[in-house]
Write a protein that binds this ligand. Structure first.
Ligand SMILES: NC(=O)c1ccc[n+]([C@@H]2O[C@H](COP(=O)([O-])OP(=O)(O)OC[C@H]3O[C@@H](n4cnc5c(N)ncnc54)[C@H](O)[C@@H]3O)[C@@H](O)[C@H]2O)c1
Length: 266
């Protein structure tokens, strides 16, 4: 119970990695606010968490809208009385249709930065005044191994995730004196709807993967790049988030933790 009696907000917490983070944090003893722009999915996830004995609430939140992230913070305070943890998980890989295109458009750059970068800043700014007043807090930002090294595919996404690492370091410096820790997680290769689309794009655009199914591209990349030969799971990311949000990580701040089976060793 690393997070006993803590209150955690998870943006994009309705599905995928965010849902696993919310579940792991709830199992670790935290009360959970599921903040997602998909209001129905957020309600469903919060109801499932509640049914499994975790205190949970849902709030419809588009992180690109500061008024919405302020409402998100207010919901946590109204329902659970405090905010100890913010997980900035909401993220996108591009503007609608990104997986059909071989080149990034201006819309891909703008939409991706609005959600992945500005959305992270908005949610952080909505909880920081409360955390400062309490002189206590943990912020965990979802970056990606794509943010570790610019790659030809999805440059707008790689750049946005590199910006998340840089912002994590700036904020960690600024907030350390308030006893607020800020760290990032860089997930590796997870078989999610996002990766299924990435795999399809690789098979179309990259000669090395021509003719493969998205799953075959995924398996080939694991064989080529991951020393331990294992794909990562949303639960792996949840475990890392629980640790970084716990007091066991009180002397860790400004870091970006690769959860990638050794894909990147820096
Ligand atoms: N899937 C991967 O392989 C992978 C790898 C590295 C990093 N990541 C990062 O992990 C995070 C989660 O990825 P995922 O695969 O679970 O994605 P997903 O698409 O399955 O889920 C993202 C969730 O965020 C929500 N969301 C999207 N835009 C939002 C907005 N503007 N405001 C609020 N909520 C919004 C969606 O409704 C959805 O519930 C993202 O930041 C992603 O970039 C994913």
């Amino acid at each position: 119970m690393l997070l006993k009696d803590r209150v955690a907000i998870v943006t994009g917490g309705a599905t995928g990695i965010g849902r696993a983070i919310a579940t792991k944090m709830g199992e670790g003893g935290a009360s959970i606010v599921v903040a997602d722009m998909n209001a129905d999915a957020a309600q469903k996830t919060a109801a499932e968490l509640t049914a499994s004995g975790i205190k949970a609430a849902a709030v419809a939140t588009d992180v690109t809208d500061k008024a919405a992230t302020d409402r998100m913070a207010r919901t946590a305070l109204d329902r659970f009385g405090r905010i100890d943890i913010l997980v900035n998980n909401a993220g996108i890989a591009g503007a609608p249709g990104w997986n059909q295109r071989s080149e990034s458009t201006e819309d891909d750059w703008v939409k991706t930065y609005q959600v992945n970068v500005l959305g992270t800043v908005n949610a952080a700014n909505s909880v920081i005044p409360h955390m400062k007043a309490e002189r206590h807090g943990k912020i965990v930002n979802l970056s990606s191994i794509a943010g570790r090294e610019g790659r030809p595919s999805l440059p707008h996404y790689s750049a946005s995730k590199a910006a998340v690492i840089s912002y994590t370091q700036s904020l960690a410096n600024e907030l350390a004196k308030f006893n607020i820790n800020v760290n990032a997680i860089c997930p590796g290769l997870l078989w999610t709807p996002m990766w299924e689309q990435v795999g399809g794009r690789y098979a179309r655009d990259n000669a090395a993967y021509k003719g493969l199914s998205p799953r075959q591209v995924f398996d080939a990349m694991i064989a080529e790049r991951i020393p331990n030969g294992r794909e990562q799971t949303p639960e792996d990311i949840g475990d890392a988030a629980v640790f970084l949000a716990s007091e066991d990580a009180r002397n860790i701040t400004g870091q970006a933790l690769n959860v990638d089976g050794g894909f990147f060793m820096r």
